[in-house]
Design a protein around this ligand. Structure first.
Ligand code: ADP
Ligand code: MG
Length: 326
């Protein structure tokens, strides 16, 4: 039902960056090791995402475009563990209902790819296509049939900035996957993959540049079943680090008051008052000790034991920062 999908799109798809987010998360769910993203005109004209993941079997292509069809919930435990990034099964039909959309996919054991075009929600017939193993999704003329939405799109630079910002965050969370970003035919970012120390450092460099990567301290501490690892900017670093604050809980980007407070307090108590700390930190915690569904956008979490998390963060950062002053 095109109208139902358009209404759902109103909730899920706010701007080109929301499309990129949904499609990239699908690619990651499919086990992609390489994701190529092509954007034209800030995403208003074209968003094309190609991955080398598992692909979609031809007979399941139409299903992928129907509402609440998801291959990702096997049982209730899955839902509770929020094992994969997406689980609502409505991103593709929503996006397809407000754009000129095409899905081309080939599982590695299939002889050729199949392509399905959808124009403003109307699904065409599947046709054979040439495509390497994996999936491409093309989204053209986003909101062409929802003028009120289309009018709300900001300047090309602004919309592209949202895409770029979100991908930078994601690139830090998922260092195992290579991600390439092009805008109007020019390569803007290349996030090289790597999971060892050198690879992660290279990723940090690709994401945040030399200003952060050359002036930070590595952290890796465990206590009380919690692990904190990543990097904190040296308090002596330039002010341009100010907006570089990334915190991930079990791989999910999170903004949280308990976290910000602990970090700020640690910096303040080591006498770096007034500095804006820069950090890329990953907290690993038993999923049962944290609620991730506090907010639908899932940037918020609620720790079951806020005090414990706060004190662990505070003590770890305080110790590392104090050592740099000694
Ligand atoms: P959800 O991700 O919540 O399951 P989506 O609407 O985003 O719902 O996707 C629907 C289904 O289409 C997915 O469950 C998955 O089976 C399939 N799919 C979507 N994108 C890809 C992709 N890039 N590679 C493989 N399968 C995909
Ligand atoms: Mg999805």
């Amino acid at each position: 039902d095109v109208l139902v999908n358009q209404i759902a799109a109103g909730e899920v798809i706010e701007r080109p960056a929301s499309v990129v987010k949904e499609l990239v998360e699908n690619a990651l769910d499919a086990g992609a090791t390489r994701i190529d993203i092509d954007i034209e005109e800030g995403g208003a004209r074209l968003i094309r995402i190609r991955d080398d993941g598992g692909g979609i079997p031809p007979n399941e292509l139409p299903l992928a475009l129907s509402r609440h069809a998801t291959s990702k919930i096997a049982n209730l435990d899955d839902l509770e563990a929020v094992a994969t990034l997406g689980f609502r099964g409505e991103a593709l039909p929503s996006i397809a209902s407000v754009s000129r959309f095409a899905l081309t996919s080939r599982p590695s054991d299939a002889e050729h790819a199949v392509r399905l075009e959808v124009d403003g929600g109307r699904i065409g017939a599947p046709t054979p296509a040439a495509h390497p193993a994996g999936t491409s999704v093309e989204v053209r003329d986003l909101f062409f049939n929802v003028p009120a939405r289309r009018r709300f799109l900001r300047a090309e630079r602004t919309e592209f900035g949202h895409i770029d910002d979100w991908l930078r965050m994601l690139s830090l969370a998922r260092p195992e996957c290579q991600i390439k970003l092009q805008h109007n035919g020019k390569q803007v970012r290349l996030y090289r993959p790597g999971l060892d120390d050198a690879g992660r450092m290279r990723r940090l460099l690709d994401a945040l540049g030399d200003g952060f990567a050359s002036q930070c301290l590595a952290i890796d501490q465990e206590a009380a079943g919690l692990r904190l690892f990543g990097w904190v900017g040296l308090p002596t670093a330039s002010r341009s680090q100010a907006d570089q604050q990334y915190f991930f809980v079990n791989g999910r980007a999170v903004r949280d008051r308990v976290v910000s407070h602990a970090v700020k307090q640690a910096y303040a108590d080591v006498l770096f008052h007034g500095r804006h700390p820069a950090f890329v930190l990953f907290l690993e915690i038993d999923p049962r000790r944290v609620d991730v569904n506090v907010h639908p956008a899932k940037h918020e979490v609620r720790f079951r034991d806020q005090r414990l998390v706060h004190d662990f963060l505070y003590r770890t950062l305080h110790q590392v920062l104090a050592e740099t002053r000694a």
